[in-house]
Design a protein around this ligand. Structure first.
Ligand code: AHR
Length: 613
């Protein structure tokens, strides 16, 4: 590999070249990054009718002793359904500990010893109340934390807040609400949040860190299909996801078949972007769900402008003031919006798009507008700052697509590769083969960073409990209630984590195996020690061992390059179908080997070379 380090042959790489694409899919948010432990906290998951779905709430005790049903008695206008619990037994006639309801969360709540959990619930009863609230193991036998709510005047809806401190750890716990007093109690908006979320912002710490470690330059949200919905009523409408959490209606994520309370709403996505120091990229609904369409005459760009005002407006503007009320007086730095997801094929897409484009550019000329139409082969027939490009393919096709943008004309808007992934049989949950093929593709993107502005893998997260027929595999990060690991796809992305804003050097492979090898070299400044490093990345997608010699041209490598400090990182395994797991989370990742040996075989190598300047 011949690397030319001289100034003339360099390319400045975009500051946000690599980022992440977050979608509410596979319980990535509800039951994942968003730390809320109660599932269906407002009893609304069946929609705005009764009986609504109560699941996963269940009763404790016999149906002859306790009965539950939903009705429209809530004090919240936008989510009118509440739970009515009728207890038919009294004191000694009730079983020990009482009867009631429990919520197992999203496949079990993670309760950890000595940690504090904030329980908030709304209650109402015409009788006096003596309620035990507790965190228990999955059967209710072991109590991890408990408290009592004793109240006589709750005939109007009353908000109760309790801090529960756990006396033991159980990763598969549940929340119980029990009584042994006859009568009727209504419950609504029952929330249990761990107190130690990232900066208190509600993000599960371990999952936040997994994303932060990728150093994403941007975060696309709230997803692809999730933004569209199958039906329009289930699309992502940002106004339903802001304001006090108790008042948010929540909605059925009908593409991925689960309910979300929208605790992770538009505000929280913007907050997440800020916490990650990543540019927010908001995908708004362009007037299409997967099965329906808004009549173009009813397209309302104003709704989107309101969303931009919510993010960036002054704290005294209509929507900026709501943001300020939610605790963020300063504007968020929203600079990109995407008009829909995969909607270019829709008959009226262009008509809708142009309405949104004109309105946004008039009010916010600096905002970059992303079209759904592919401009990589032919010029777009409408104005856009960027065009969205998605690639789902088998491993061989993905690797061959490393050359995809070589031939794209250097005029017109740049590409935003917002979703790419090796799918299904070639990847299963995310194996080494998928990671190598994607690494080849990303090296191709680095080399074409003059016309590809941003790229992100998709999907980002998978809750391992998501039923196989519901979720989307493979994914970068897998988790359950308390643990997480990165698939090789995740670790592969670390090889590119220093590329944002770096300098691409000219590197040429001089080999007969060039069909199965891809390589790139960047200069970057380490933000911690402020020193300059070269990082050489090589992927060997072939099945033959290759002896690779790296030579630097244009630099006195004896004088300037300190090889003794070079560090080799390898993503490899004995079998390309190997995957990581909770038990073996880094099977396919060998970090931090000091070495000069550069032979590779089914490997992705990263060799940052420390340079004395
Ligand atoms: O990434 C998973 C899905 O694949 C996205 O929701 C959609 O945009 C694409 O088809």
């Amino acid at each position: 590999l011949l690397v030319n380090v001289s100034q003339g042959s360099t390319k400045k790489m975009p500051d946000n070249l690599f980022g992440v694409s977050f979608e509410e899919i596979n319980n990535a948010g509800a039951g994942g990054l968003w730390a809320e432990l109660v599932s269906n906290r407002g009893f609304e998951s069946g929609g705005l009718h009764t009986p609504s779905l109560i699941e996963p709430w269940s009763i404790i005790g016999d149906y002859s002793l306790v009965r539950i049903a939903t009705d429209f008695s809530s004090c919240f206008n936008r989510n009118p359904v509440a739970l009515r619990m009728e207890v038919l037994c009294d004191s000694n006639a009730c079983p020990d500990g009482g009867v009631g309801v429990y919520n197992p969360g999203y496949w079990g709540m993670n309760i950890e010893q000595a940690k504090t959990y904030k329980l908030v619930l709304y209650i109402r009863s015409l009788d006096s109340i003596n309620l035990t609230v507790s965190l228990t193991d999955s059967t209710g036998a072991q109590t991890l934390a408990a408290s009592n709510i004793i109240a006589t005047h709750v005939s109007n809806w009353t908000k109760v807040e309790i801090a529960l401190i756990a006396n033991a750890t159980n990763h598969n716990s549940r929340l119980e609400l029990k009584t042994n007093r006859k009568g009727i109690i209504w419950f609504d908006q029952v929330s249990l949040m761990p107190m130690d979320t990232y900066k208190g912002h509600g993000f599960r710490n371990d999952l936040f860190k997994m994303v932060a470690n990728l150093k994403p330059g941007f975060i696309r949200f709230p997803g692809g299909s999730f933004a569209e919905g199958k039906s329009l009523i289930s699309a992502y409408w940002w106004k339903d996801t802001v304001g006090p959490w108790e008042e948010r209606p929540g909605h059925m994520n009908d593409v991925w078949a689960y309910w979300t309370d929208d605790g992770l709403g538009y505000f929280e996505f913007l907050q997440l972007s800020e916490d990650l120091d990543a540019s927010p990229i908001w995908v708004f609904n362009s007037g299409f769900s997967q099965e329906q369409a808004v009549n173009p005459s009813n397209i309302k760009p104003l709704d989107v402008l309101d969303g931009i005002e919510f993010a960036r407006g002054d704290p005294d503007s209509t929507w900026g003031s709501l943001r300020a009320d939610m605790g963020h007086t300063e504007p968020f730095r929203l600079n990109h919006v995407a008009v829909g997801n995969q909607d270019c094929w829709r008959q009226d897409y262009r008509e809708n798009y142009l309405k949104f484009y004109a309105a946004i550019k008039k009010a916010y000329p600096d905002i970059k507008v992303i079209s759904n139409c592919d401009g990589s082969n032919t010029q777009l027939d409408h104005p856009a700052d960027l065009y969205d490009y998605h690639l789902y393919a088998n491993a061989n096709t993905m690797f061959s697509m490393a050359r995809k943008f070589d031939l794209t004309p250097r005029i017109g808007p740049k590409a935003f590769v917002s979703e790419y992934a090796v799918t299904w049989d070639d990847a299963r949950y995310g194996n080494l083969l998928a990671a190598l093929a994607e690494a080849g593709f990303l090296i191709g993107i680095e080399k074409n960073c003059d016309i590809v502005d941003m790229a992100s893998n998709a999907p980002l997260f998978l809750n391992a409990n998501t039923p196989g027929n519901k979720g989307f595999r493979p994914d970068a990060i897998v988790f359950d209630s308390y643990q997480t690991y990165g698939t090789p796809i995740y670790w592969m992305q670390h090889f590119f984590s220093m590329s944002n804003g770096a300098t691409l050097l000219d590197s040429t492979l001089q080999t007969n195996s060039s069909n199965s090898l891809m390589a790139s070299t960047i200069w970057f400044q380490n933000p911690i020690d402020k020193k300059k490093y070269l990082r050489v990345k090589v992927v060997n997608y072939g099945s033959n061992k290759v002896n690779l010699k790296i030579a630097f041209e244009g630099l006195d490598d004896h004088g300037l390059i300190d090889y003794s400090k070079s560090l080799k990182t390898v993503l490899s395994s004995t079998n390309v179908k190997d995957e990581n797991s909770f038990q073996n989370p880094t099977k396919d990742y060998i970090a931090g080997h000091y070495a000069r040996e550069l032979a590779s075989y089914h490997k992705l190598l990263r060799i940052p070379v420390y340079v004395k300047l």
